[in-house]
Design a protein around this ligand. Structure first.
Ligand SMILES: NC(=O)c1ccc[n+]([C@@H]2O[C@H](COP(=O)([O-])OP(=O)(O)OC[C@H]3O[C@@H](n4cnc5c(N)ncnc54)[C@H](OP(=O)(O)O)[C@@H]3O)[C@@H](O)[C@H]2O)c1
Length: 250
């Protein structure tokens, strides 16, 4: 268990008020990390923080729209003031505002998707790195869509593929500083994000038929993978894409 011990480490998790981000924050807190939960709505964040505290974890909330670099900068100033350093960053928040053939997407869709899914993680990392004094670990939550674009999700899929590419570049550039950068590629997972798929019997049946394990994931199953990537158990792993998809891409 020593390799998974995160005692004394501070972690920022974006999109942590629910779904995969919340499961990750809960898991990292369970293994000893002090977790800073980030999203846009303070009420939801406070409820999430409360749940982690009730189970004995250390957590706090910070509001930030990760599509706005000025909000990211202001948040890191607060993190610096309050915590002084940072060990772990999980870039998990994302958006998917367009469903349809790719050529029907307009400039607003592109800007919003790129701002939150790609520029957001970039600026989160840019500000995190100076705070990572010893060994740092960064996980970018991408998607199986990075490898095989989802139907009618062309813009979202393109940003998730670019996020994997950015992970690889930064893993090389940050390795000399002792900072590891990896990507997690979840398959279908039961969250609000995927509710349009999971709540429709017909669409869900088709989606699950593409998954050899014959089911979708629980957010908790993504949290274990992130715990591995940020922990010392993954000390020689950087630039990797960990696919957690029940075998879908095989
Ligand atoms: N669920 C799946 O099947 C699936 C599959 C592959 C990949 N993923 C990826 O997994 C990650 C998490 O998704 P999820 O399924 O857990 O989604 P979710 O349940 O909808 O949760 C999304 C979280 O992100 C926050 N958020 C959204 N936009 C934000 C922004 N601009 N700034 C800050 N926070 C923001 C939300 O809170 P607020 O709305 O209050 O800000 C919420 O906490 C995403 O990167 C997604 O692409 C999910």
């Amino acid at each position: 268990m020593k390799d998974f011990n995160l005692e004394g480490r501070t972690a920022v998790i974006t999109g942590a008020s629910r779904g995969i981000g919340f499961a990750v924050a809960k898991k990292l807190a369970q293994y000893g990390a002090t977790c800073i939960l980030v999203s846009r709505k303070i009420e939801d964040l406070e409820a999430a923080v409360q749940k982690i505290k009730e189970s004995g974890g250390k957590a706090s909330a910070m509001v930030c729209h990760t599509g706005y670099p000025d909000q990211i900068k202001a948040m890191y100033e607060k993190i610096m003031e309050t915590y002084g350093s940072l060990d772990i960053l999980v870039n998990n928040a994302a958006t998917n505002p367009h469903f349809g053939e790719m050529l029907t997407a307009d400039e607003g869709i592109w800007d919003k998707t790129v701002d939150v899914n790609l520029k957001g993680p970039f600026f989160m990392i840019k500000h995190a790195v100076p705070l990572m004094k010893e060994k740092g670990a960064i996980v970018n939550v991408s998607s199986v869509n990075a490898v095989s674009p989802g139907l009618f999700q062309g813009v979202y899929s393109a940003t998730k593929a670019a996020l994997v590419n950015m992970t690889q570049t930064l893993s090389r550039e940050l390795a000399p500083k002792g900072i590891r950068v990896n990507a997690l590629l979840p398959g279908l997972t039961d969250t609000k994000f995927s509710s349009a798929i999971i709540s429709s019997d017909e669409i869900c049946k088709f989606a699950v038929s593409q998954i050899p394990m014959g089911r979708y994931a629980d957010p908790e199953e993504m949290a274990g993978a992130v715990l591995y990537l940020v922990s010392d158990a993954a000390s020689f792993t950087t630039g990797a894409s960990l696919i957690c998809d029940g075998g879908m891409l095989v």
